[in-house]
Design a protein around this ligand. Structure first.
Ligand code: AP5
Length: 222
């Protein structure tokens, strides 16, 4: 029998490494990566209605109102590629109400990953982060230097990556984290994100593999 595609949520404080791990997960598992931060940034840069509404919140490191983001995610999750390939939800749900909206339409992950990184390291990671607008790849001025001078010259800094805004994003994260966790407690896998990205990925990879093995076994038994 065909194994159902994976459904994964990845969570963690700003700069805990969600985007970085998602790039590695998607490369191996070919899940549909749905990053609310990436989708919103794309809406802002193309000047859509959603983008116009979201911009002020994002520039100030505040959450965009629940209804805007929730509609966006639920619509995206209903497209056929998601059914075919499975999904990797990154940056959603961010509030209890967002989690409850997913519960209401019966959308639950197989695994809820939380990347755990100490506060002082998060700040340094945000302030040093740069993005390649051409490939979407994430770099860091010290940790992950761009491969060529050409890439280096075109890197951009996110408007919400100043020290002050990172502190307020972190506070928002902490205020919401526990309430969201209560929804997914049984599916929680906490991972130490303060290790080299390849090591973090190895642990995520073996969790996902183990999950698939367990599902296959239980299908054989039934
Ligand atoms: P979003 O884009 O989701 O931002 P975030 O949660 O703050 O997360 P980041 O993208 O900052 O970090 P990350 O964990 O992906 O880390 P990364 O891999 O880049 O959201 C942005 C905004 O959009 C929000 O503030 C809000 O306004 C809005 N929004 C989004 N979702 C919303 C929602 N659901 N509801 C309402 N509003 C919403 O890594 C960070 C840096 O560290 C990089 O430089 C990287 O190279 C480096 N790094 C990564 N891993 C390692 C490692 N293992 N060791 C050393 N360095 C590392």
């Amino acid at each position: 029998a065909r194994v159902e595609p994976l459904k994964v949520m990845i969570s963690g404080a700003p700069a805990s490494g969600k985007g970085t791990q998602c790039q590695m997960i998607v490369e191996k598992y070919e899940l549909v990566h749905i990053s609310t931060g990436d989708i919103l940034r794309a809406e802002v840069s193309s000047g859509t209605e959603i983008g116009k509404k979201a911009k002020g919140y994002m520039d100030n490191g505040m959450l965009v109102p629940d209804e805007i983001v929730t509609d966006m995610v639920i619509t995206r999750l209903s497209l056929p590629d998601v059914k075919e390939r499975g999904w990797l939800l990154d940056g959603f749900p961010r509030t209890f109400s967002q989690a409850q909206s997913l519960e209401r339409v019966n959308i639950r992950p197989d695994i809820y990953i939380v990347l755990d990184v100490p506060d002082e390291i998060l700040i340094d990671r945000c302030v040093g982060r740069r993005m390649d607008p051409v490939t979407g790849k994430i770099y860091h001025l010290k940790n992950f230097r761009p491969e060529t001078d050409e890439i280096s010259a075109r890197l951009i800094t996110r408007s919400d990556d100043t020290q002050e805004k990172v502190v307020s994003r972190l506070e928002t994260y902490k205020r919401n984290a526990e309430a969201i966790l209560s929804t997914y407690l049984a599916l929680l896998k906490k991972i130490d994100g303060n290790r080299p990205k390849e090591v973090v990925f190895e642990e995520i990879d073996s969790l996902l593999q183990q999950f698939q093995i367990d599902v296959a076994k239980s299908k054989k038994l039934s």
